[in-house]
Design a protein around this ligand. Sequence first.
Ligand code: SF4
Length: 222
Amino acid sequence: MDTRNQQSKEPRQLIYRKQAEQIIGHLQRQGMEGFYFDNALPAVEAVCSMIPAGSLVGLGGSVTVIETGLIEALRKQDIRLLDRFRDGVTVEEVDAMRHESMLADVFIASSNAITLDGKLVNMDGMGNRVAAMIYGPKKVILVLGMNKVVPTVMEAITRIKTTAAPMNAVRVNKQTPCFVTGLCQDPKCTPPNRICGQLVVIEASMTNDRIKVVMIGEEYGF
Ligand code: SF4
């Protein structure tokens, strides 16, 4: 590895570890379980080990699941994967998978943001991802890079409106006002070209350890 690259990585990873330690403590107090890994490979292995063989596994729309290599690893598991990312999948098939995911054994997604006190902040267009996070699947695994960590819920919303939503609009080629102008135009932004429709803040889980948060000390997703 390039020495300069390594030197610039080390302070960041040290801070990421400290932040993750704090977040894991808050998650634990609120009925959720947190994990931290310096890089994607052990994180992907940990996620796969959390899924019992034969499980029906649903996926939320997520760049992180692809960038970390998790999707490739999941495809090799002995599970029934609702693979919305596979080549040639149709709009109708993805829509059916969204519904089926609501009753999956395991639901895997990322999170738009997480606060230092362990609050998971997400905004959806359709709402299927945030709905499955809250209720339905028996287990929820959220995988996120430490670039998604913010101090407060307000800053999480700002992050979503200035980074996550515009970038996702570009990714799915949705003609949102932020895609067209580069800036959020709420309240002028309306359906069907609005991907911020539901704001969900998960502060706690009544079912202990149903939600598992896997943090990675690298940057993934938007
Ligand atoms: S313009 Fe619309 S889709 Fe874009 S960030 Fe604002 S509310 Fe969300």
